[in-house]
Design a protein around this ligand. Sequence first.
Ligand code: NFE
Length: 472
Amino acid sequence: MQTISVDPVTRIEGHLKIEVEVDGGKVVSAKSSGTLFRGIELILQGHDPRDAQELVQRICGVCPVGHAAASAFALDDAFGIEPPDNGRILRNLILGANYIQSDILHFYHLAALDYVKAPDTILPLAPRYEGDYRLPDDINAAAVDHYLKALEMRKKAHELCAIFGGRAPAPRSIVPGGVTEVVDAEKILHFKYRLAELIDFIDNIYVPDVLAVADVYKDWLDIGRGCQNMLSFGCYPQKDGSRFIKEGTYIDGKDGRFDPDQVTEDVKYSWYKDDIDKSPKEAVVAPDHEKANAYSWMKAPRYEGKVLEVGPLARMWVDKDPTIRGFGEKAFSVMGRHAARALELQKIAHAMNDWVMELKPGEPTCAPHELPKEATGVGTVDAVRGALGHWIKIEGGRIAKYNCVVPTTWNTSPRDDKDQPGPVEQALVGTEVKDANNPIELVRIVRSFDPCIACAVHVITPNRNVGAFRVY
Ligand code: NFE
């Protein structure tokens, strides 16, 4: 038995440690450890509830809009308000712009170098682990060019986000009841102009590149299966109350409805006190960095006690996308995740082009609210990396409890109270590792989930302890 430790896994957002036991050349057990603590829920206690959507965006620079949206939904719920049509559409457009930026980032700047051989002359692109590079020379050269072009596209996606978000990242305009930005013809025009260029990139470069890689690396449709249970909270609310990407579950081979009350978080193997409430409605995070057998700062989110994968593959599967369902069980794989992410983005970007034309200049973008003394709220949305839920409890007009159950916590969670490994841990088991000194197979699997440990966890002292922090 040999132990391979990848710490940290690079080219993901944040710090993740992966440790696997290999026997006879195959992974027989895996541990995924978040090595940072996220304290934002504690910071929120005592604040005016309307601070939440601002503060939660500081969880992460990659998906601040997801957190703003989940928080605004939770506040809408707690305040008993709904955005007017313009507000609903603007939130969708701001979130969509963030999807475009983030998915392009993931493929070109985080995952691609697992499959694309960077020229030796561009040293910053040299990956830690070498892949079995197989792309034909012309496709490989084009992909390197697209790496650079993708930087430009991400800048444009940030600009797109800022048109109605006020700025990017961490837009200021999403608030309870809608969006503060007003709608006029000039902004609609700016939005359409930039979106057209991004759609052109997605249709003619991003999707073809991903499909070309998937075609050449077909064997990766059989690697990294994972738990094969899927969860989507859905996203992009429509006028009729449905969501453009549907919410739902796929558990043990059956489609099901989503009920936020079935979400719990276990802490048996997490550095938290064991008596934390399992429900995100009631939990108050209590770190315990000396806990025996714990190996992660992440909790273990579960749905009806089951292990579920979240993210673009889960959304496309739950939404019964014909192409992704057409893959059959091969969709549950490294290449299945990459393909689902690209095809979903194409669908969303084209829909955004229609949504922006539904805006009505001069009409309200935000509903008024009164701050309740006592209330609870839940906001669920699919952020780019998957199902994201925010739960708020208001007492005396201030935040008494706040909990974020975050996509990467679902995917890279440690074992739960029943000792069930998390989705990434399950996806690693059974993988053949050809060279223990170059475990490219492990990082390809991890990166297919596009983990963001910044979202999942936050603060650390040099000896890995959570200490006392004083702000002057
Ligand atoms: Ni920091 Fe995030 C997204 C959220 S993932 S990127 O998308 O929520 O855990």
